[in-house]
Design a protein around this ligand. Sequence first.
Ligand code: SF4
Ligand code: SF4
Length: 448
Amino acid sequence: MSSATFSATDACVHCGFCLPTCASYRVMATEMDSPRGRIHALKAIAAGELQLDATVASHFDTCLGCFACVTACPSGVRYDQLIEATRPQLNAPELRSPAQRSFRKLLFALLPYPKRLRALLTPLRAYAGTPLQAFARRRGLTGLFGPQLEAMERLLPPLAPEAFRDSWPVVVPARGPRRYRVGLVLGCVQRLFDPAVNSAAINVLSANGMEVVIPPNQGCCGAVTHHQGELAQTRELATALIDSFAQVVGEGRAAGPEPLDAVLVAASGCGHTLKHYDSLLAAEPDWMQRGATFAGQVADIQEFLERVGLSADFQAALKPLRHDDGSAATAEHPLTLAYHDACHMIHGQGLRDQPRALLRQIPHVRLREAVEAGVCCGSAGIYNLVQPLEAAELGRLKAADLSATGADLAVSANIGCSLQIRQHMESQPRPISVRHPVQLLEQSFRGG
Ligand code: SF4
Ligand code: SF4
């Protein structure tokens, strides 16, 4: 550990204010699995009093990287920077078992590559979302292959036909007078596991007077690998993504040379990484400037819509959403929503009010707050796959918390959280559906 790490940890006064917000501490209740404990370990490592061995590393692996501790810390400790600097060191081969390393390798070879993921998922279309899947889960058959493969199976949603093709044109025109020209990052997991979100995002943007540019060759933004400290692969993915936008925008090809007003994304985990392309590529002379320019254009779709405002026509067309029984929401009987703050949105990007303000524009919705709104749901990139037991406990707590609000629907703007919460909603006595905010906006625009 460097002396820079040492001075960054110095700001911690060990007050413990961060502990109640820490997801890993919440389910493990051990000091070493808390932000304060990990900071203490970093100080000891920097001072040469502790060695980063497999046991110490395992306590960093239990960290979800949710950054709730950063928001909670009164002393301004930047734990996010500390864990980001530590993660690459945890990838040293001697710190994890061969089985852990192989499983991670498999995930990093699959998840950031939509084509490979599609090839893997194609035969599973006959299984996902069918009675066979329900039977296998009920009988515990999915557990026969170990907790990690069981966790992967548990996340598998029904697979829509649209998940297997990117059928959007390079440019979707604005409906009505054009207000802005924006790019859209589709996300790799989102486009496969919940393609309806990107459809809704494109429709909502277009209906709000935005021309949407969708580079057809875009791959993963690198969020999955970035959050695990796999920096070389992340840089490769980041530069490829920047290039895919340059091919259709900067170099004047299909979409024309006109610059974009913003690059939008409808998944908070991706947005967080995209906004870090400046620091990620800062050490690469050929990419430093391009990374910074790209990062400066990135905005979450909710952040951008709230910033520029919905168009007057779009707003005027919004109708109340419907309850389960088909009746339209009214002032007396509103539709209640529990907004789930993704960690990479609220703690990672500082966006809390924008999504709520956007949802309030739908007539007759009322927002309800979960008791532990700022605590991680346990998804955290690949956390629910590599730390399945802790993640499952957090998922159950989150689903119960959202359900206990009494809301009609839960709303989540991050694909990982949505899959995690849906999975654990199934075991709730009062399960509620999970939708993306842009899906609700689109539904309201189409008549409720
Ligand atoms: S990180 Fe901040 S809140 Fe947590 S123990 Fe240190 S000073 Fe206190
Ligand atoms: S990032 Fe999240 S899980 Fe990690 S120490 Fe901070 S609060 Fe705990």
